[in-house]
Design a protein around this ligand. Structure first.
Ligand code: ACO
Length: 433
């Protein structure tokens, strides 16, 4: 029982409840309000979860004021510099960095699950060629629950492990199938001799009629972006996966719910929106006009790729991606990329503007990532799909953490009801107006 507590007194009834204060290993303490409704008959109200810890987790830690991001305790900067996406996936799922043998076995297992059922592949023919790839990916991932339902017992650790390897392995194949469907090219089967990101690029860009060599610069850049996107604690899509999964739903369906939640422009869809915005701004002279629109509350325009619920400082991922942009564009011979130059100027001007400074609005992970994806030849509508591939690792880690806890309960928020009070039905003939 925690020794610290918080006294909450109801000013009308005089009733006092002692709420236990729980401390994590890092970050603010939390008030355990589980007894509040039973003792005082009141709920707490926090519609966008700005001040609510929805669960206990050991996976990822963010200090938004200091701009710190740790995966299982390891700073994301160190992982970005020294690690690989496969190693980070192992770390997030298994809580520790792998030994060389564990990493080899994990990567081998992932590569053995890359093929998707031929029937599933035919699903894509049902989509119009202009269907947004996120819609296709979400639908096909949900359909995986139809292929792996009877064989999936969420209480069986081995079944959970197979699910986690299978979904991480198949997401690139599903994404590539969506891309090939959009451009009308034949699907390229996975090549298990290639590493995770090289295989993805091969499935994207190879065609059956000629030899295709994956550019190691592109594969390395993608691997880095995937490390940076792999997890971000209880964000909207991860919370969606947890909530859907808490019902005992098939985990493929829960991951599909996460893909859908990620799609929104306030979340993972921002990477696509940033590039459209930069093109819309067009040149440095137009920046003040668009900043004025972003500051105008009567306009829906926001500076995409700016601001974050948790970071009130630089998003550490954005810093790394900005540096990587310089390197990758240089290596690809695209150092004078006009959209990158415009983005740099936009950041500089916004960060001198009182509106952005006072609200602590900094570039987030999505501000620069689209510029790299674009330089790699990935179409804009696929940017959020790339994010989804990487974030699948985080969704899986959180689903596993939740489901392996014997105390798991269905997630079920309450509400402040402001609708009509009880009233009697009036038959249609007697209704006025
Ligand atoms: N442009 C202009 N103003 C902004 C922006 C922005 N990008 N972001 C926040 N603000 C303003 C708000 O209007 C608000 O101003 P006010 O205090 O005068 O009302 C203030 O800053 C606080 O913003 P909130 O909307 O309350 O912040 P919230 O935490 O709810 O939203 C979000 C965070 C959704 C990321 C928001 O900053 C945003 O819409 N950014 C643009 C979209 C984006 O880049 N999303 C990707 C986020 S990263 C990710 O999910 C992977």
């Amino acid at each position: 029982m925690p020794s610290k507590s918080f006294e909450l007194k109801n000013s009308s009834s005089g009733l006092t409840t002692s709420l236990p204060v729980r401390a994590g290993t890092l970050g603010p303490e939390v008030l355990d309000i589980a007894s509040l409704y039973k003792e005082q008959g009141v709920f707490t109200f926090d519609p966008a979860f700005g001040a609510t810890a929805s669960c206990e987790s050991k996976i990822t830690y963010i200090d938004g004021d200091a701009g710190v991001l740790l995966y299982r305790g390891y700073p994301v900067e160190q992982l970005a510099e020294k690690s690989s996406f496969m190693e980070v996936a192992y770390l997030l799922i298994n809580a520790e960095l792998p030994t060389a043998r564990q990493l080899e076995a994990f990567s081998h297992s992932i590569s053995r699950h890359t093929m998707i059922n031929e029937s599933l592949l035919r699903f894509f023919n049902g989509f119009y060629h202009s269907a947004h790839p996120m819609a296709m990916v979400s639908a096909v991932v949900a359909s995986m629950s139809a292929f792996y339902h009877d064989s999936m017992d969420i209480h069986d650790p081995r079944h959970r492990e197979i699910f986690s390897h299978r979904i991480i392995a198949k997401l690139p194949s599903i994404a590539a199938a969506a891309h090939k469907h959009s451009v009308g090219q034949p699907f390229i089967y996975p090549n298990n001799e290639l590493d995770y990101c090289s295989n993805l690029l091969n499935m994207f860009f190879a065609v059956p009629c000629e030899h295709y060599e994956v550019d190691p610069v592109a594969a390395k850049a993608l691997d880095l972006l995937f490390i940076l996107h792999a997890d971000h604690e209880q964000n909207a899509s991860t919370s969606t996966v947890r909530l859907a999964g808490s019902t005992g739903a098939n985990p493929y369906a829960a991951i599909s719910a996460g893909v859908s939640a990620l799609w929104g422009p306030a979340h993972g869809g921002a990477n696509e929106a940033v590039l459209s915005m930069l093109e819309q701004i067009g040149s440095v002279e137009n920046i003040p006009k668009y900043l004025a629109m972003a500051k105008d509350r009567s306009s829906y325009f926001r500076l995409m790729g700016f601001g974050h619920r948790v970071y009130k400082n630089f998003d550490p991922r954005a810093k790394i991606i900005r540096e990587t942009c310089h390197e990758v564009l240089h290596k690809l011979g695209d150092e004078n990329n006009p959209l990158f130059e415009l983005a740099l100027r936009l950041e500089e001007i916004a960060l001198q503007d009182e509106y952005f400074v006072s609200r602590k609005l900094y570039p987030n992970v999505d501000f620069y990532s689209g510029i790299i994806y674009s330089a790699l030849g990935i179409p804009r509508s696929m940017f959020t799909v790339m994010f989804a591939i990487a974030r699948t690792v985080g969704w899986v880690a959180h689903w596993l953490e939740m489901v392996s806890d014997p105390a798991m309960r269905i997630g079920r928020p309450r509400q402040l009801y402001t609708g009509p009070t009880r009233r009697d039905y009036v038959s249609v003939a007697l209704r006025r107006g």
